[in-house]
Design a protein around this ligand. Structure first.
Ligand code: PRP
Ligand code: ZN
Length: 286
C-alpha cells in the first residue's frame, strides 16, 4: 500500500478557503470538496480530513492526522503537543481584550475583579497571571462580542481581524494577548516515509509563499542608463538584459520583493526606466 500523509484542515470558517487554495496552489486539487468530510487527491499522496478547527491540535497530537492547518490562536489555546512546521501567512488576526468604548481604561490593573467573557480561557488566564491581575473568566463558545451589551460580562477577550465586530458592538481594544496566523503543524512521531512526504509538501508551500512575496518586473532602458538600472535590481542571479528592436535600447527582466517594491520602482523610473511592467509570479524555486 502506498503511504499517504493525512492532513486535517478546517471544515468551515476563517481558514477554510485559504487552506484549500494553498493546497491547490501546491498542485494538490481535492476530490469532492463539497462534502467536506474526508477526501483524497489524485496529484499527491494526501488524505484530507475536514474538522472543526478547535479539534485539529488534538487530532494531530493523537496521530489521527499526521499534519494540520490551524490558527496559532487555537493551537496555543488547546496547548497540545504538536510542532509548528511553517507559518502560512494567511488567517492573520489577534486575540485582544476589549471593553465598552465609553469606559475608562487605565492599564491592565483596570481589569482586576472584572468579568471577562471569552472562548479562549487558557490564553486569557495565562495573560492575566503573567501580569498579576485576578479576574473572573467566563468561557462562552460564541458571540462573545455581545456579552457586555447584555450584561453578561464587563470585558471580552476575542479575535480581532478587521476590527469591525468590535466597532459594531461599541467596544474598544485595550490589550493584545496574541498575534496569530495560520500555521502548518505536525505530529511529533512521524515515520521516515511521512517526513519525506511532508518535505515534498513543504517544498511546494515554500515555493508558493516565495512567489507571493515577489513580482516579476520588465522594463525598457536606454543603453547608457543600463549600468545604473542594473545596480538597482537584484534578480534571482542577476537581471536578464535583451536588446530591443530599436537600437540603443534594452529590455531588462528581474524579480523584486514586496518589501522594497515601491521604493525600487520609483528609483528605476528616476534612473530612466520606461514602460515598467509588473507581473505576478506563480511559483518560485530558488
Ligand atoms: C471572530 C471573532 C469575531 C470576528 C472578528 O469570529 O469572534 O466575531 O471574528 O473579526 P473582525 O475583527 O474582522 O470583525 P470567527 O469569524 O472566527 O467565528 P467564531 O466567532 O465562530 O469563532
Ligand atoms: Zn472556531
Amino acid at each position: 500500500m502506498v503511504q499517504k500523509l493525512r492532513i486535517a484542515i478546517q471544515k468551515s470558517g476563517r481558514l477554510y478557503d485559504d487552506s484549500v487554495k494553498l493546497l491547490s496552489e501546491c498542485g494538490i486539487d481535492l476530490r469532492n470538496v463539497r462534502e467536506r468530510l474526508r477526501t483524497e487527491s489524485d496529484d499527491f499522496p494526501l488524505e484530507v480530513f475536514f474538522l472543526r478547527d478547535d479539534d485539529i491540535p488534538q487530532y494531530v497530537e493523537d496521530g489521527v492526522a499526521d499534519i494540520g492547518i490551524v490558527g496559532e490562536n487555537v493551537l496555543y489555546e488547546k496547548n497540545r503537543q504538536a510542532e509548528v512546521v511553517e507559518e502560512l501567512g494567511f488567517g492573520k488576526c489577534r486575540l485582544s481584550i476589549a471593553i465598552l468604548r465609553n469606559q475608562h481604561y487605565d492599564g491592565i490593573r483596570t481589569l482586576k475583579g472584572k468579568r471577562i467573557a471569552t472562548s479562549y480561557p487558557f490564553l486569557v488566564a495565562s495573560y492575566l497571571k503573567q501580569h498579576n491581575v485576578e479576574a473572573d473568566i467566563h468561557e462562552i463558545s460564541g458571540s462573545v462580542e455581545i456579552a457586555p451589551g447584555i450584561g453578561l460580562a464587563d470585558v471580552v477577550a476575542d479575535l480581532v481581524s478587521s476590527g469591525s465586530t468590535l466597532f459594531m458592538n461599541g467596544l474598544k481594544e485595550v490589550e493584545t494577548i496574541l498575534q496569530s496566523q495560520a500555521v502548518l503543524i505536525k505530529n511529533k512521531d512521524l515515520s521516515k516515509e511521512q517526513l519525506d512526504l511532508l518535505d515534498k509538501l513543504l517544498f511546494r508551500i515554500k515555493a508558493v509563499k516565495k512567489a507571493k512575496r515577489n513580482k516579476y518586473v520588465l522594463l525598457n532602458a536606454p543603453n547608457e542608463k543600463l549600468g545604473e538600472i542594473i545596480a538597482l535590481l537584484p534578480g534571482m542571479k542577476s537581471p536578464s538584459v535583451l536588446p530591443l528592436a530599436e537600437t540603443g535600447w534594452s529590455s531588462v527582466h528581474s524579480v523584486l520583493s514586496e518589501d522594497e517594491f515601491w521604493e525600487k520602482i520609483e528609483q528605476l523610473k528616476a534612473a530612466g526606466a520606461q514602460g515598467i511592467l509588473v507581473v505576478p509570479i506563480e511559483k518560485m524555486v530558488v
